[in-house]
Design a protein around this ligand. Structure first.
Ligand SMILES: NC(=O)c1ccc[n+]([C@@H]2O[C@H](COP(=O)([O-])OP(=O)(O)OC[C@H]3O[C@@H](n4cnc5c(N)ncnc54)[C@H](O)[C@@H]3O)[C@@H](O)[C@H]2O)c1
Length: 337
């Protein structure tokens, strides 16, 4: 399509992330928000009305009724496959939230459908659009810290996250996939072996792990460790506590995300986001906007996305190996990509 024509977009799943994506599209010169679908029609109507878009209760009705170029899939982790496949079959470009899917079988089905339809498949691995994580990746690639010896990441959420997903996703699929994807991207080499251990104390009623420590061997000899948990108290002042450390033979790089340079004390839990989806004068900024702009630009120009289905699948493969390692209490080797 021509570079100046805005991309006509529908958002499917009008929850937390769908609302953010919808604002980014509606405010972009590259995009036009045409419609919103949510299994909960009240939610779909509310988000659609806020942007003057049409509302649907199902993605199939939306795909049949709307003249659009692309969809942004923001259904929960377990609901990506069907929506992505139907959208691809209808010839729509797809931006799907992370993780691509919860199993490799579902990842392959989505990749296959998008390949067959000849549409772009981009996955919302947002750390690639976080300027801090992008800068550290560039510094690693430049050789500034020498040969990477180890990479360590921590990602911790409050109990609000596992409680709202009712045991249908895991801390590995929901959180670890962020850092796994970033590490694969920054290291530029595959993971060959994974060992993981988990604890279950706070979420026994949901039947999911509280926290996972995941260690990885990279093909070039470096080691990686990712520590994820989602049991911080709901009253915690940060919804997200994340940290990254990359140490090489000539130096080290660090990211400490809760220290955003702003503090807010009040009677209620209060959080200020200065990175992912903040607003200035009502205009959304941050990594989510960068991600959406990138997708819209790829659709307009017909160029490859910074994070495609196969790269996102590689992160799911590591996460799946970690889940297998927890079950078996054994290291799990990954097949060569
Ligand atoms: N990139 C990030 O930083 C980030 C942060 C949080 C969540 N996420 C991801 O975004 C996705 C959505 O998460 P969320 O927090 O917005 O969830 P959410 O529960 O707030 O919203 C999901 C919405 O999808 C709707 N839905 C479910 N199945 C549907 C279907 N088949 N058709 C239409 N609508 C359907 C639900 O009714 C709900 O309104 C997840 O995959 C999650 O992992 C990404």
């Amino acid at each position: 399509m021509s570079a100046e024509k805005p991309v006509r977009v529908a958002v499917i799943g009008a929850g937390m992330m769908g609302s953010g994506h919808a604002s980014c599209v509606a405010q972009s010169a590259r995009g036009e928000l045409m419609a919103v679908a949510d299994a909960d029609l009240v939610r779909a109507n509310k988000l659609a009305d806020a942007h003057g878009a049409a509302a649907y209760a199902g993605h199939r009705e939306l795909l049949a009724g709307e003249d659009i170029d692309a969809v942004i899939v923001c259904t929960p982790d377990w609901g990506h496959r069907e929506v992505c496949i139907d959208a691809a079959a209808a010839g729509k470009h797809v931006l799907v939230e992370k993780p691509l899917a919860m199993t490799l079988e579902h990842c392959d089905a989505i990749i296959g459908a998008c390949d067959e339809a000849g549409v772009i498949l981009m996955v919302g691995q947002i750390l690639r659009f976080d300027p801090r994580y992008a800068a550290v990746k560039e510094a690693v690639e430049s050789g500034e810290i020498g040969d990477v010896s180890y990479v360590y990441a921590r990602r911790s959420n409050t109990l609000l996250q596992p409680r709202r997903f009712e045991g249908k996703t895991t801390v590995l699929h929901y959180l670890a996939v962020h850092d796994v994807d970033w590490m694969l991207w920054a290291m530029g080499e595959p993971v060959t072996e994974v060992y993981a251990a988990a604890s279950r104390k706070a979420l026994t009623d949901l039947g999911v792990d509280d926290s996972v420590f995941l260690t990885m061997k990279f093909a070039g000899g470096a080691v990686g460790c990712i520590q994820v948990a989602w049991i911080l108290p709901e009253q915690a002042s940060h919804n997200l506590d994340a940290y990254l450390e990359v140490t090489g033979t000539k130096g080290a790089l660090f990211i400490d995300t809760p220290n955003a340079g702003v503090r807010f004390e009040s009677q209620r839990p209060s959080r200020i986001d200065t990175t992912y989806g903040f607003a200035i004068g009502g205009r959304t900024g941050g990594a989510l906007r960068e991600e959406v702009e990138h997708f819209l630009g790829c659709v307009q120009k017909g160029t490859a996305a910074l994070i495609d289905g196969r790269q996102a699948r590689a992160a799911v493969a590591v996460v799946e190996a970690a889940a297998e390692s927890i079950r078996s209490d054994q290291p799990v080797r990954l097949p060569a990509p």
